[in-house]
Design a protein around this ligand. Structure first.
Ligand SMILES: [Zn+2]
Ligand SMILES: [Zn+2]
Length: 332
């Protein structure tokens, strides 16, 4: 979605050389003569090269070695699970074998779909016309590390930062409700793609556990004999170590994000919270994460109010603007 670039006259007639806080990236292209600025700004709304290429930009995120590695890994795990472990243990011609292959293929498809959604979804950027509510006294409460500071500025974007937004050095912009920048999806994990990211980890964890069980069942079958098949034995050992390591890594990551979801916390806020709690303790006070609204409410804020849509990575109609967030203080 293109953000509207038609700002107020105070923006388009700026001749001081400094960028106003509400200026968008589109407007930074233009400076100098005031009338020209206005004309170009109008044209920019329809022909902005940045917006024109935005849809192709999101697909360019796939052109990355880590993202391609993830696809290769997924393909490899799928191949060994279906065509090696399942075939070897049950045989793909048997009903049990084909049923297992079908279930795993469905799981792999869900994984692939979630990964695709994660990569192409914009995590959320600060609107060009964003101005914080100066009268909102809760702003300071939403920033544990800057208690008493009512406004947050991004030095690099020259804009105000909404609560929970952070600047990503890789994406070179501020991201709404930023969790972290993920190398493996070549994208930031933020307000709009956090759910799909968690669902991706969930499906990937289930998939790798499924594959590990299939491998173990294959190896531990009674009449399995590797004598005279040393290369095959080494292949199974390598696959086994890889699948166990993958399951443990993904399982730990999933557990971590379940913990964060139940507390309505981002990874960045978790580390900020440790420091805030330490500072509060030193002054004899206690610290509570301001966005923690209770476990069930926290879960619905991320996954949605409808339980039937919890596992759908694109069911995000419950999300609002990513700029304002309810705090525990609101419900008092
Ligand atoms: Zn920024
Ligand atoms: Zn980023």
């Amino acid at each position: 979605m293109c953000e509207p670039t038609h700002g107020s006259p105070s923006i388009t007639t700026n001749t001081q050389g400094s960028l106003p806080s509400t200026m968008s990236h589109h407007q930074k292209f233009f400076s100098g003569d005031e009338s020209l600025q206005i004309d170009f700004t109008i044209e920019v709304e329809t022909l902005c090269p940045s917006c024109f290429s935005k849809s192709s930009m999101k697909f360019k995120r796939f052109v990355s070695i880590p993202v391609i590695s993830v696809f290769v890994l997924m393909g490899f795990v799928f191949y060994i699970t279906v065509y090696v472990f399942t075939e070897d243990w049950l045989g793909l011609q048997s009903s049990a074998g084909s049923l297992n292959a079908l279930i795993f293929s469905f799981l792999a498809l869900l994984c692939l779909y979630s990964l695709f959604v994660c990569v192409v979804t914009d995590p959320g950027h600060v609107p060009s016309n964003y101005v914080p509510d100066f009268e909102d006294t809760d702003v300071s409460d939403q920033e544990p590390k800057k208690t008493g500071v009512h406004l947050r500025n991004c030095d690099k974007c020259h804009t105000y930062k909404p609560p929970r937004a952070h600047h990503c050095r890789v994406c070179r912009r501020c991201v709404l409700r930023m969790d972290h920048h993920c190398l493996w999806i070549n994208n930031c994990v933020g307000y709009w793609n956090y759910k799909s990211f968690v669902i991706l980890i969930l499906y990937a964890t289930i998939g790798s556990l499924y594959s590990t069980v299939m491998m173990l069942s294959c190896v531990l079958q009674k009449d399995r004999d590797f004598s005279g098949q040393v290369p095959l034995k080494i292949f199974y050992i390598i696959c086994g170590v890889m699948m166990v390591a993958l399951s443990l890594t993904l399982g730990t990551l999933l557990g971590w994000h379940i913990y964060l979801i139940t507390r309505n916390m981002t990874t960045i806020e978790y580390y900020e919270g440790i420091r805030a709690a330490w500072v509060a303790r030193k002054s004899g006070q206690s610290y509570r994460h301001p966005f923690n609204l209770g476990v069930y409410k926290n879960i619905t804020l991320i996954l949605g109010p409808d339980m039937m849509k919890w596992l759908c990575p694109t069911a995000v109609s419950h999300l609002k603007d990513g700029i304002s967030f309810a705090t525990s203080r609101d419900s008092l």
